[in-house]
Design a protein around this ligand. Structure first.
Ligand code: FAD
Length: 498
């Protein structure tokens, strides 16, 4: 009966058009196309992104191809987890998410399934990051359960355990949109706007462009998922300094020839494990590395940690300077020498089997090669806090690289990022519950956060299929009350003197 009601107002022609747009949407591989086909799809169904229970059933009832049905099966299974209370676990919660990176999108999906209103802003106009991420097994399982293979047939086929950031963003964006998340691109978050006395208006955001309609959106939860720069003010960050470490990433066009297909990947050759390889590389080319990874994906992706002395010797770095920022500043780097360095390292490590290495292009239409310092990494001291101004409360949560910057050689970024996204959604669930105080919610969030930096593929629960928002399904030996509400009183910033 309800199904009939959802299909009744849509003409046969509109439904057919919507189904056609859906096919194109599923196949689309750029941000612009995904959003364009999505618009065609929802316009034909007279739908606007909104909360899960008002959006998804209507979309589901009108899209009936086998492909659509296969996806609904996945989404229905996920949405039936008890913790979402049939999309009514956070019905009066309004969430703003900053950033459509993997972790912002993953958080958006969970908040949407909880029944919150979810709006996401992304400052870029394209998904252009070719870099390839190694995924921990639970992340692969998580993405499979969200239907990743339906959008990208090659997703982690066979022994492949990696994906380009761009492709991962495309998959997660499609899932988020089909569940009803409202996504705005080319909109940057600038800062929070506090509610004023005697006004009914709650928390809002100052955006770039300032007159964007989302600047009128009032929310009571904000998730900072804008990567390591972290624009959401109010969080203290700790710095971890190691010895000088310079990474180089390089992406070459994969022309998908048979010769290229035969070349073996290098899933992490670290100096300590293969001293002979690095010695030979040094003797033959004067390139001195601590490690190197090569993944074959949409591009041939190489990432390596290079020793400063060899970068100086090969003329990549022009002058040896003590200040790392100045050392790697564009005017102290010879781009041509850097390109040659990466090409030589790629050729040597693949036994010269990749003929005619040609750089892919990056976001700025330049050869996709980057050199950066990862001597220092940052972690937020706290994962959450609450602000209260003039009677309006705001839960602030960090996820992904904004929360805990990963050490790239361990490939932990996306995995710890996804864990933090699930943990953030668990906190939103608590926030929406009348039986929990604000302090209870942040105390629990901080208790869980204490475990994040120590997680490895081996010390997480191995039953990946059973993972839900509830942190105890993922972290063995979790103590949800390790931090008490009293200990987090300083994270509750209120102007209410009472
Ligand atoms: P990001 O991917 O940085 O996304 C942030 C998004 O926010 C971006 O789209 C950005 O445009 C947007 N944004 C920024 N500011 C604003 C604003 N003010 N308003 C609106 N939007 C904004 N991880 C792995 O799991 N495995 C690996 O093998 C791996 N290898 C790596 C190799 C290297 C060399 C590096 C540098 C990282 C590697 N990582 C790896 C880490 C991984 O890339 C990150 O952990 C992951 O991309 C983090 O996702 P995120 O969503 O937190 O942030």
């Amino acid at each position: 009966q309800q199904q009939d009601q959802w299909t009744r107002n849509i003409s046969g022609q509109n439904a057919a058009m919507a189904n056609e747009y859906f096919e194109q949407f599923v196949n689309a591989s750029s941000l612009k196309h995904i959003l364009g086909y999505y618009r065609g799809l929802i316009d034909n169904l007279h739908l606007r992104p909104t909360v899960f229970t008002q959006f998804y059933p209507k979309l589901r009832a009108n899209l009936t191809s086998w492909r659509a049905k296969a996806l609904w099966k996945k989404f229905d299974a996920r949405a039936s987890h008890k913790c979402y209370s049939k999309g009514r676990a956070a019905p009066n919660t309004r969430v703003l998410i900053i950033g459509a990176g993997p972790c912002g999108l993953r958080s958006a999906i969970e908040a949407q399934l909880l029944g919150a209103k979810v709006v996401l802003v992304e400052k870029r106009d394209r998904f252009s990051r070719n870099n390839v991420l190694h995924l921990w097994p639970f992340v692969i399982e998580d993405l499979r359960m969200l239907g990743a293979k339906k959008f990208f047939g090659k997703f982690c086929a066979g022994a492949i355990d990696h994906i380009s950031i761009r492709q991962l963003q495309c998959i997660l964006l499609k899932v988020a949109l089909l569940l009803g998340v409202e996504v705005h691109t080319e909109v940057g978050f600038e800062r929070l706007i506090e509610p004023q006395p005697d006004e009914k208006i709650g928390w809002r955001a100052e955006l770039d462009p300032p007159d964007h309609p989302v600047s009128q959106y009032e929310f009571d939860v904000i998730i900072g998922a804008d990567g390591k720069r972290n624009t959401l003010q109010g969080f203290t960050r700790k710095e971890f300094r190691g010895k000088l470490a310079i990474a180089i990433t390089a992406n070459f066009i994969n022309k998908k020839t048979e010769a290229e297909a035969r070349v073996e990947e290098i899933s992490g050759v670290a100096f300590i494990f293969n001293q002979k390889f690095f010695k030979e590389l040094h003797e033959t080319t004067r390139i001195d590395l601590e490690n190197i990874v090569y993944y074959k994906d949409d591009t041939h992706y190489f990432v390596m940690t290079a020793k400063k002395a060899s970068l100086l010797e090969k003329g990549v770095i022009k002058q040896d300077l003590a200040d790392t920022e100045k050392l790697l500043a564009p005017d102290n780097v010879d781009r041509d020498a850097l390109e040659n360095y990466a090409i030589e390292a790629a050729n040597f490590s693949t036994n010269y089997q990749l003929p005619d290495l040609e750089f892919a292009v990056n976001h700025y239409a330049q050869p996709d090669i980057a050199m950066f310092d990862f001597t220092s990494m940052y972690a937020a001291e706290n994962a959450s806090k609450v602000l209260e101004r003039n009677g309006h409360k705001l839960l602030m949560i960090l996820v992904g690289d904004s929360l805990l910057e990963p050490f790239w050689p361990t490939g932990s970024g996306c995995a710890r990022g996804f864990l933090s996204s699930l943990d953030a959604a668990w906190a939103i669930r608590g926030w929406g519950s009348s039986s929990r105080t604000s302090l209870d919610v942040i105390a629990e969030r901080e208790s869980v956060y204490r475990l994040l930096a120590q997680t490895t593929p081996d010390n997480l629960n191995k039953d990946w299929k059973s993972y839900t928002l509830d942190p105890s399904t993922r972290y063995p030996n979790l103590n949800k009350v390790a931090v008490t509400p009293r200990q987090v009183a300083c994270l509750y910033d209120t102007d209410d003197a009472a």
